[in-house]
Design a protein around this ligand. Structure first.
Ligand code: IDP
Length: 140
């Protein structure tokens, strides 16, 4: 167990629905702290870097369209094992399958769109976290 940082995004669906405060509340209630916070409308270049591992997949273009459709809240959180911990708070990728109690399970909707509009992103490994924090907060 170690203190680490993770990159969290409140995606355009969550931001537009006014769920940013609820996501931040759950992060803070869990005991993680906020190291950086910004509201930005992502550029396609930023998203290409962020989602490089998914390039070529069927949901990639719809995902970039969706993520560039409006503002997101970009957040760096800090805390013990917060990378795995936030993934657990977020729940499974598909909101229909996400466990009740998780952000996606409680608040996410699944209308069978080309892309899952699942409210939040969280880094999936220490390497991803460092890479993603560099994309969203180059000065941090
Ligand atoms: P994660 O966000 O739970 O880590 P990833 O597999 O990294 O999931 O996928 C990134 C994002 O791409 C997901 O959060 C979701 O918005 C979208 N996505 C992933 N897989 C699919 C799919 O099979 N269909 C539609 N959208 C998907």
């Amino acid at each position: 167990m170690s203190t680490e940082r993770s990159l969290v995004l409140v995606k355009p669906d969550g931001f537009q629905r006014g769920l940013t405060g609820e996501v931040l509340r759950r992060i803070e209630a869990k005991g993680y702290t906020l190291a950086a916070l910004a509201v930005v409308t992502p550029t396609r270049e930023q998203l290409a870097a962020h989602y490089a591992e998914h390039e070529g997949k069927p949901f990639y273009e719809p995902l970039v369209d969706f993520m560039s459709s409006g503002p997101v809240a970009a957040v760096v959180i800090e805390g013990q094992d917060c990378i795995r911990g936030f993934r657990s708070l977020a729940g499974a990728t598909n909101p229909t399958e996400a466990a009740p109690g998780s952000i996606r399970g409680d608040l996410g909707r699944d209308w069978g769109q080309a892309v899952q509009q699942n409210i939040v992103h969280g880094s999936d490994s220490p390497e991803s976290a460092v890479r993603e924090i560099g994309i969203w907060f180059p000065d941090l």
